[in-house]
Design a protein around this ligand. Sequence first.
Ligand SMILES: C[S@@+](CC[C@H](N)C(=O)[O-])C[C@H]1O[C@@H](n2cnc3c(N)ncnc32)[C@H](O)[C@@H]1O
Length: 354
Amino acid sequence: MSYKFIDLFAGIGGFRTGFEKNECKCVFSSEIDEHAGEMYQANYNETVFKDITTINEKEIPNHDVLLAGFPCQPFSIAGEKKGFNDTRGTLFFDIERILKEKKPKAIVLENVKHFKSHDNGNTLKVVLNALNKLGYTTNWKVLNAKDFGVPQNRERTIIIGSLNGIKFDFNSLKTKQVISIKDILEEDNGQIEYLDKNEYTLIENPKKQPSGLIFVGYRNKKIRTKGTRPDTIHLSRVHKQPNRIYSSEGTHPTLSSQESAGRYFVYHNGKVRKLTLKECYRLMGFKDDFKLLGSKAKLYNRIGNSIVIPMVEEIAKEVKKQILNKTDEVVKCKKSMQQMSLFDFENEKNKLVG
Ligand SMILES: C[S@@+](CC[C@H](N)C(=O)[O-])C[C@H]1O[C@@H](n2cnc3c(N)ncnc32)[C@H](O)[C@@H]1O
């Protein structure tokens, strides 16, 4: 069964690809960023609608699933204290008004890991309350991309809601064995940027963290905190993120939408090299034939903003199984019960009349 979805805050279509791989069909996309829109057009042959705040919800096509990796904004605490959730003026409000009008069977929302603790937990509470008021049964969990077959330690809050009373079971998501950076590296085609030995320092006895990261050294730049004791120089936290070097035997830290210079350095085969753009896109699960348009800086911004495709694929599979197919079964069952009783009624009537 093919289900329809809408792709809000679409970026470069990470959500879209994951659902399309599960035979779902995109019927509407919205993305305000010009460059993201151009990439979306080039890769999916579809023009995005721009600013969602200017789009009338009645004009959005009917759909089964609403997908949105929406920006995290605080809600009014004053409103919450007075017993109402004031979401007006935020982009979540636009999701709410679309849900109210269109009533899709399922919703999948994505946000940063700290969404759950943002504004002392108020933001998540307001979102869940608003969804519950619209009739959605919700569940949420922080998922890590590294558990879905890409070597990136990227944690994201995922909220899933259903209109049919089903609480999504996150434990049914199938996780994969963690792979390492070296598994996604390109062959050295002469284009790889290496650092000179005098540009970095390797630490002694690097250790693998539970996240899979192996911090092995740092670029010889200013360290983070003034007055840091010399015996803490081996700790990753005293170095700014773009100066940290990780082993290709482990996972990679979260790619960031703020890192437009692509300063991601890995230690591989005894040398320190920068990740290529293609490798960054691979770290988010994009295939090599994904069209990359525009400046390198913009391409780094786009990829740091995206959602990891293999994680979405697994979510989409389970949303179909747990929510969409079940909703269809209930509807079919109700219909056949109605037909049955009509049949019985006609039978009884014929008996009486006859
Ligand atoms: C976290 S990113 C989501 C990326 C997407 N999930 C992907 O896989 O590429 C949020 C996106 O929302 C877009 N955005 C922000 N405000 C918007 C608005 N008013 N209307 C439409 N898109 C908006 C941003 O440009 C950004 O690309």
